[in-house]
Write a protein that binds this ligand. Structure first.
Ligand code: URA
Length: 444
């Protein structure tokens, strides 16, 4: 230990925020740096995170907090790639497999897509867990491998290296264990510090709202989206956000291999219309942000260009794109209790059920089951007949079925067919996939 005195005292900073004062730039720089160095203890940082949850940070404090987290580690640089780069980040939702078809689709237009992704914690799945269900596929690449793949294939989806925003890595784990995840300033700075450190030239954010998302309220989702757009633009990234619906799962699958299968259907020109609609809406935003407003992503799904890039990306990371995907050893069906229209299929209930079946983890580092999850045979607005299968649950460990079924108890609501006009579902069911999912667009 060097004997150099520290610039501030953690307890003074905690007290200031506890009492609703704003923190100065030097105080923020110090507390983030000292926490990364281990000088500010976990219990002190948890107290500060709780004070921020309750008292908030103003726009200038959020910007400085984000910059301090970026400065806690290394920054990647894609400026020598010879092409524009663009990334997408989703705040996470149930059945959200969009990155899988989207990243190769955008890369098929010659734009570099460096997609640093995470593993799932809790009931929303992680992109890396999904891809790891492909036999042989590897998430951990060195920076040299990542840059080489961006040059050769144009897209890479991998885990961030340990040097990227290490302050956020430490703080996020702490927040997860102390009930301090749900804070707009902390979420915005956490996400944007990683994206700014990653070095992408442009960023499209998918901010989810609904029962299966962090934000269950549209006003909060809007505030989070605006805060992140502001942070991105201030850091020199073209940044746009779509606020999208997460009241019901995306597509017809929630679970790792199940979602890869559905993503491959989209890349083959098929797939559920909400997944296709959102993939195309985000692709258009990404291509526009990367200077290709004229590109037609629907054509690249239809003619197989996106599928070619997907196969090249999977193979470059050791995976076999043609290998059969794992299937769970046991299944159980949920049948429709009566005839009518499926009024709602709650994202939170389905997410928790998939998680309990083994698709997600309760603790960092736990293994997940590749084949586990929920398959949805009917989506809201569709007609159901009494006794018809609504859901199929998949797991390797059948003792998990009862708890998964309990999570679904209030998640499925079937209305008698005569109620259809009253609920307006007939109109909703005929809207296009994107129109149903994208609620708002937020830019500077
Ligand atoms: N995802 C992140 O990376 N950070 C948060 O705080 C929440 C979601």
């Amino acid at each position: 230990m060097s004997g150099a005195p520290e610039a501030f005292d953690a307890v003074d900073i905690i007290r200031l925020k506890r009492d609703g004062e704003r923190l100065s730039d030097p105080q923020i720089d110090w507390v983030i740096d000292a926490y990364t160095r281990g000088v500010v203890a976990d219990e002190q940082m948890s107290a500060l995170a709780m004070a921020v949850c309750i008292r908030g940070l103003d726009a200038a404090e959020i910007a400085r907090w984000t910059a301090a987290m970026v400065a806690s580690g290394t920054q990647l640089d894609f400026s020598n790639l010879g092409r524009r780069s663009v990334d997408k980040h989703s705040t996470g939702g149930v059945g959200d497999k969009i990155t899988l078809p989207l990243a190769p689709l955008v890369a098929s237009f010659g734009v570099a897509v460096p997609q640093l992704s995470g593993r799932g914690l809790g009931y929303t799945g992680g992109t890396l867990d999904k891809l790891e269900s492909i036999p042989g596929w590897r998430a951990d690449l060195s920076t040299v491998e990542m840059l080489a793949q961006l040059r050769s294939v144009g897209v890479v989806i991998c885990a961030p290296g340990p040097g990227l925003a290490p302050a956020d890595r430490k703080l996020y784990a702490l927040r997860d264990a102390t009930g301090t995840v749900e804070s707009i300033p902390l979420i915005a700075s956490s996400i944007m510090s990683k994206k700014i450190a990653e070095g992408t030239g442009a960023l499209v954010l998918d901010v989810k709202v609904g029962s299966g998302a962090f934000m269950t309220d549209l006003a909060d989702a809007r505030e989070l989206a605006s805060a992140m757009v502001e942070l991105g633009e201030e850091a020199g990234l073209v940044t746009v956000a779509l606020v999208t619906d997460m009241s019901t799962p995306l597509g017809r699958t929630a679970g790792n291999a199940l979602e890869v299968r559905e993503s491959v259907e989209v890349l083959a020109g098929g797939g559920p219309d909400d997944v296709v609609g959102l993939t195309l809406a985000l692709a258009r935003e990404m291509l526009d942000a990367a200077g290709r407003p004229d590109a037609d992503p629907a054509a690249a799904l239809a003619d197989g260009r996106a599928m070619d890039v997907w196969r090249a990306m999977v193979a470059a990371q050791g995976g076999d794109p043609r290998a059969p995907l794992p299937r769970a050893r046991h299944t159980e069906q949920v049948l429709a209790p009566s005839e009518g229209i499926l009024r709602s299929l709650d994202a939170h209930g389905v997410g928790v059920a998939a998680w309990r079946l083994g698709a997600g983890r309760a603790r960092q580092g736990e293994a997940v089951q590749a084949g586990a999850g929920v398959e949805m045979h009917v989506k809201p607005g569709e007609v159901v007949r009494a006794g018809q299968p609504l859901l199929t649950l998949h797991t390797d460990t059948p003792e998990r079925f009862p708890r998964a079924l309990a999570a679904l108890a209030d998640a499925v609501v079937v209305d008698a067919a005569g109620d259809l006009g009253a609920t307006g579902l007939a109109r909703e069911a005929t809207a296009t996939g994107a129109a149903r999912v994208v609620l708002e667009r937020i830019s500077r």
